[in-house]
Design a protein around this ligand. Structure first.
Ligand SMILES: [Zn+2]
Length: 109
C-alpha cells in the first residue's frame, strides 16, 4: 500500500489516480531521441526515455525502438544511477577540453 503524495491517503500501488483526491499517482515524462546510425542495422532506431516521478517506484526507463516501432530492449535505472548518467552526459566533452587547453596555451598558462 502506497501513500498519496497530495493528500496522504492510502492508495493501492496499481492505482494510477488517488481514489480520495484524484491526484495522479504515476507521473511519467516520455521523450524520444532519434538514433545516430553508426551501422546500417541501426538505421531508424530510436531511444525512448521514460521518467517515472510519482509514487514509491521513481526510476528512469530506457528502451530501444526499431524503425518499425517495436521495443527491442529495455533497462531501468534507479534515481542514483540516473543521476550518475546525468553527470556523465553533462561532463565536458573532449572537444571542449581541447579548446580550453588551447586557450590556456595562448594565455601562457
Ligand atoms: Zn490523494
Amino acid at each position: 500500500m502506497a501513500e498519496c503524495a497530495a493528500c496522504g491517503g492510502r492508495v493501492e500501488e496499481s492505482f494510477r489516480f488517488c481514489p480520495w483526491c484524484a491526484a495522479p499517482q504515476r507521473l511519467k515524462l516520455v521523450e524520444f531521441f532519434r538514433g545516430y546510425a553508426v551501422t546500417d542495422r541501426e538505421r531508424g532506431k530510436a531511444l525512448r526515455v521514460s521518467r517515472y516521478l510519482g509514487g514509491p517506484e521513481r526510476h528512469v526507463r530506457f528502451s530501444v525502438w526499431s524503425g518499425e516501432g517495436v521495443a527491442e530492449a529495455a533497462v531501468s535505472l534507479d534515481e542514483n544511477e540516473a543521476g550518475r548518467l546525468r553527470r556523465f552526459l553533462g561532463a565536458p566533452t573532449v572537444a571542449r577540453r581541447r579548446a580550453s587547453r588551447r586557450a590556456a596555451a595562448r594565455r601562457g598558462a
